[in-house]
Design a protein around this ligand. Sequence first.
Ligand code: FDA
Length: 281
Amino acid sequence: MSFGSGLLLRVARRWIAGTDMDSALADAKQANSRGFGVVMNYLGEDVTDRAVADSHRQQYLKLQEAIASSGINGFVSVKLTQFGLGSDDEGAMARLEAVAENAARLHQLLWLDMEGSAAVDKTLGAYESLLSRRGGVGLALQAYMRRSENDLKELLDHGAKVRLVKGAYREPSDVVFPTRREVSENYRVLMRSLFDRGDDFAIATHDSKLIEEAKKLADAKHVNFRFEMLKGIRNELKEELTSSGYTLFEYLPYGGEWYAYSRRRLTEHPSNVLLLLRSLF
Ligand code: FDA
């Protein structure tokens, strides 16, 4: 490991629940004891080696069993490119199917993360195919995508469960809204649609203004939803929300492939430059 990535791992530990399943399960139990549910993700993306994609499927099957046998309040969320989407689409769908079947057998929800724009159509297609055959599946939708308003209408027409996020990948401005203000405005539009027509959805943001607005919508609509936040971000707000009676799930990623995820976390907020500097001393 180079000096640079060693340094980043030191900082990244606040966002990841360790590099192995046992550490992640211990973290999940701790989150449960603080009143949070957990969304567990085995880190990995853009996998082109079929043996690695198979090992990711195996990891999730084992993780789902461990969640069930240890009585953890939680479920898994997967990235389709970690199952080989993009290089082996058929194999990726078969791996997803195996994890979906296992989720159904164990009565667990299964969620799909949303990745970069190149994967959006295929991820929506895979999700819609799953949803038409089984319940208990949900999908992340990114408010920064210009297309998301139309996608959400269609998803809600089909009874989808949606996790609304702002969006974390670098994309050109013909694909995404380029300013933070526009992204937040679109988040509001999509959030209102969810409170009007959705069920069992997730408001996944750490943005206080959007959270306040969600609370007001929740007071008016009385629908089944939860807040979701990432491990290591705004912990005091998580406690505040649960002690006010809201349901909160913490997203816990773990595994050896922590670099791409941690880089997104590091670069999305300027305060992290300080963290990086502090870790030098
Ligand atoms: P914003 O970035 O405006 O942050 C609001 C406030 O939160 C900041 O002012 C700061 O206080 C704090 N904060 C946020 N990020 C921080 C950071 N990295 N370090 C320190 N403080 C930070 N994206 C995606 O493209 N596909 C996906 O599937 C998912 N899945 C997902 C699941 C869950 C449960 C969450 C919460 C988020 C995702 N995301 C995601 C990530 C999402 O798109 C987005 O990048 C982050 O949530 C940051 O955006 P916020 O909505 O928090 O707003």
